[in-house]
Write a protein that binds this ligand. Structure first.
Ligand code: HEC
Ligand code: HEC
Length: 481
């Protein structure tokens, strides 16, 4: 084993991108049967280190597209008890609730929308292929722009058939780092916001200055399991792959909470610590609803304040024990977090000889250097959720992905070119890919991993050297997830 490693490392030093390096052989993994491999001896001149490897285009290799059939997601975790399941059902309705400014518009019962917002419900953005998921096929942001009398202009980067997007500005006008979310819409003109006249940000002007970056929704299925992996276990799962990773040029670090030092796991840069914190932040940032975690309005114009803050809060009505759903007295943020915590991971399609071959290729080329197949939860207070092994296909660490993907935004210890390894579970039924939703094509998403300084360059070079049949099997495997 030791000898093999040293050999492999020497080989990497004298060669460069353009030579196939098999992860399975390097790591001595039990699954060392190699399907992927160079199509004959690669005779290319070695590329300069840190240059994107050349993409080859074997004829006919194609992303099979969004997997049809019933959504393999949206249900509750297996093993929960009756109380937990009742909470999950009630909390799911809160997650789907539509907000208006004061909760007075029929069909929009939630209160607290705006003054600035990106949409009016969690489930509107987290929709595909079921409530809790990611961006739907038809972007609801187009319709919400003029709902209830609002007169918002739809920014150019929001399209009816495009992904749900939120916008961040890279810099402030004085050149200092901004990085914050600038909401697309205002409540000005809505029937429930008389006297409010604030304006939308000047997105067209900011786009001309190349100062706008985008983020699409990440799916929340299975996130309760992710939340409950012990830090030490995430760390040891990362350490296990170290020798093989190093040989592939992959490092990776965790983004940690600036307050308690533990590993943050959620969001495109693993910038958020917990589902409850994410719920509080999303409620205020995406919908403009102040809450007990983020109690102050982001927009202070006095003519646009219609409610007491925090708009969402615990209801101080103590109910005697009984069947009444917990959501009758807990804050919405608690319901959101509880709903997501109990959402089951996506169910993959049944495996076939092709998907098995695709998994083998995935392991051999080194995708697992970042997309770690499985983790195990620690002791859980929820029924049946202790020591559960699950397959998110992520190490939850952040990696330098090079300037092709970089968005110039730092969050915690994640720099402008670092992103959390995107979990691949459920990818078979996803429509849009990468943090800004730039593509619907898995092949493009894979190729976009390679660019100057990207830690994925060797792995993508391996992928590009595969014969067409192996590339196709890998894509078919990904669409089975
Ligand atoms: C306008 C669309 C939009 C709405 C509305 C919205 N989200 Fe999100 N959600 C996003 C985007 C975009 C991200 C990724 C943000 C990032 O990482 O920068 C995200 C990420 C998340 C994540 C992180 C999951 C993970 O594993 O990375 C959670 C949890 C979440 N949202 C919960 C909620 C909840 C709860 C609500 C309702 C209060 C909500 N979201 C409303 C767009 C939305
Ligand atoms: C160096 C770490 C690394 C390696 C190696 C790597 N990935 Fe990724 N992958 C990432 C990161 C980080 C992202 C998110 C990038 C972004 O959105 O900007 C990602 C995103 C993806 C996505 C899009 C997921 C989404 O939610 O939009 C797919 C598909 C994917 N990877 C597949 C693969 C495959 C297949 C391989 C092997 C050929 C691979 N990756 C190798 C780190 C890696």
């Amino acid at each position: 084993m030791q000898k093999r490693l040293r050999f492999a490392r020497a080989c990497m030093l004298t060669s460069a991108a353009g030579v196939f390096v098999s992860w399975a052989v390097l790591s001595g993994s039990a699954s060392a049967q190699v399907f992927g491999g160079p199509p004959g001896a690669p005779n290319q001149a070695p590329a300069a280190p840190n240059q994107p490897p050349a993409a080859q285009n074997p004829v006919g290799v194609k992303d099979p597209g969004v997997r049809g059939g019933a959504p393999g997601a949206g249900g509750a975790l297996q093993g929960l008890n009756a109380d937990e399941l009742a909470f999950f059902a009630a909390a799911g309705e809160v997650f789907a609730e539509v907000d208006s400014v004061s909760g007075t518009v029929p069909g929009e019962d939630g209160a607290g929308l705006g003054p600035r917002f990106n949409l009016n419900s969690c489930a509107g953005c987290h929709a595909q292929p079921a409530v809790g998921g990611s961006s739907p096929a038809i972007n609801p942001q187009v319709e919400v722009a003029t709902l209830d009398g609002a007169r918002n202009t739809v920014p150019s980067f929001i399209q009816r058939n495009g992904p749900v997007r939120e916008a961040r500005f890279v810099k402030n006008p004085d050149g200092s780092p901004d990085g914050g979310v600038h909401d697309l819409f205002v409540i000005t003109g809505r029937v429930d916001a008389p006297g409010c006249f604030i304006k939308q940000p000047d997105f067209a002007g900011q786009l001309l200055k190349n100062n706008v970056i985008f983020r699409i929704p990440t799916p929340t299925f299975g996130t309760g399991l992710v939340e409950n992996v012990a830090d030490d276990d995430l760390q040891s799962d990362l350490d296990k792959t170290l020798p093989a990773r190093a040989t592939m040029g992959i490092s990776g670090q965790f983004n940690r909470s600036g307050n308690d030092g533990t590993i943050a796991r959620f969001g495109w840069k693993a910038q958020n610590k917990s589902l409850l914190i994410f719920s509080g932040e999303a409620y205020n940032v995406e919908q403009g609803v102040t809450n007990e975690l983020f109690p102050n309005e982001r927009e202070g114009d006095p003519n646009c304040q219609f409610n007491a803050t925090p708009e969402d809060h615990t209801h101080f009505r103590v109910t005697t024990p009984g069947p009444s759903p917990a959501t009758a007295y807990s804050a919405d943020t608690v319901s959101f977090a509880g709903f997501m915590r109990f959402l089951a991971p996506p169910t993959p399609a049944r495996s076939t000889p092709t998907t098995q071959r695709g998994l083998q290729v995935f392991l051999n080329v080194g995708c697992q250097g970042c997309h770690t197949v499985s983790h195990t939860t620690t002791k859980s207070p929820f029924t049946g959720q202790s020591n559960v092994t699950f397959q998110p296909f992520s190490d939850f660490a952040v990696h330098d992905m090079g300037d092709g993907l970089a968005d110039g935004i730092s969050q915690g210890n994640a720099d402008g070119d670092e992103f959390r390894t995107a979990p691949l579970w459920g990818i078979g039924q996803r429509i849009f890919f990468l943090h800004d939703g730039r593509t619907k094509d898995l092949l493009e998403a894979i190729r976009a991993h390679a660019s100057r300084t990207s830690e994925a360059n060797q792995v993508i070079s391996n992928f590009n050297l595969l014969p067409g049949g192996d590339q196709q099997a890998l894509l078919t495997f990904l669409r089975s997830l």
